[in-house]
Write a protein of this length. Structure first.
Length: 300
């Protein structure tokens, strides 16, 4: 990440101070270990996905006009959007160059498809947010592309670094996809139930950004026409969203939206465990099973 440009190094140093869970590189390493064994290519793959993930987070904060990331000011809040966008581009290019330098062409193919899916998912969400017409099918399409694609990529790259067995790669890809969906559903639940000091961001942020996620989608499907119209009226108004976001959260709880979302997260975690079950028992497999459990139980 080092460069001859002073500003770039300064921003990079700031990024390195705010490490997140590093779940994606962890999944690369665990998947490789489960599928055959960790090697130099596995470490390059882990670095590649973390660079790509960090780049997408920086760009997401620009898209969402978010001022905070992991409890501290976001890059765009400190250095403005232009620097944030260019920094994200730089990190992505560093990851791609790392793969090219070492002829990891399969990694590039897998990652390029993930970038395509993430872009499509983000744009689909923007389109549906404007119209406020998102349904459950569309929701799962969005989170599959936006979040699960990179987690799936992490697991597939890990397997690809360790084995040429297509079935193993496919199983790990399916495992990662299910983990990613469960992880995002849990994230959306925490936006309704979480604590700001644990999340590192305000609760109800999705509502304020007009993002309709699974707890609210389900609650709206069980509401009367009058209740539905009232909630949609709140979402359409910038002022009402700020004043009445707590009312929307309470509505989702009362209409069973949280319980339904939690059940769906567990269902996808079970799918991930099933995909993992075909691999032989090992310490890494046990660790990966625990990570799947963490995805649906975490509080931040």
């Amino acid at each position: 990440m080092t460069s001859e440009v002073g500003l770039l190094d300064k921003v990079a140093a700031y990024i390195l101070r705010q490490k997140g869970k590093q779940m994606r590189p962890m999944l690369v390493l665990l998947s490789a270990s489960v599928a055959g064994g960790i090697n130099d290519g596995t470490y390059r793959g882990a670095a590649l996905v973390e660079l790509l993930h960090t780049a997408t987070l920086i760009h997401d904060d620009v898209v969402d006009t978010a001022d905070m990331r992991r409890g501290i000011p976001a890059i765009n809040a400190l250095w403005k959007n232009k620097v944030a966008v260019l920094m994200g581009d730089y990190l992505l290019s560093r990851g791609l160059l790392l793969a090219l330098k070492n002829n990891d062409h399969l990694f590039l193919s897998i990652v390029s498809d993930a970038v395509r899916r993430m872009s499509e998912g983000e744009l689909l969400q923007i389109e549906k947010t404007r119209r406020l017409d998102i349904d459950e099918t569309t929701y799962f399409k969005i989170i599959s592309d936006k979040t699960a694609s990179l987690i799936s990529t992490s697991c597939e790259i890990g397997a690809a670094s360790a084995t040429t067995d297509e079935a193993a790669r496919r199983a790990m890809r399916e495992c990662g996809e299910a983990i990613g969906i469960a992880f995002q559903i849990r994230d959306d639940i925490l936006d309704y139930l979480g604590k700001p000091d644990e999340l590192g961001k305000p609760v109800g942020g999705d509502i304020k950004e007009k993002k309709i996620t699974l707890p609210l989608i389900y609650a709206l499907s069980k509401a009367s026409d009058g209740e539905r119209d009232g909630i949609i009226s709140i979402l359409k108004s910038d002022k009402k969203r700020t004043l009445f976001s707590r009312d929307v959260i309470e509505f989702a709880k009362q209409r069973g939206g949280i319980d339904y979302a939690e059940d769906m997260a567990i269902r996808y975690a079970e799918k991930a465990q099933h995909a993992l079950s075909q691999f032989p028992e090992s310490k890494s497999k046990t660790a990966m099973q625990k990570l799947i459990g963490f995805a649906v139980e975490r509080r931040s």
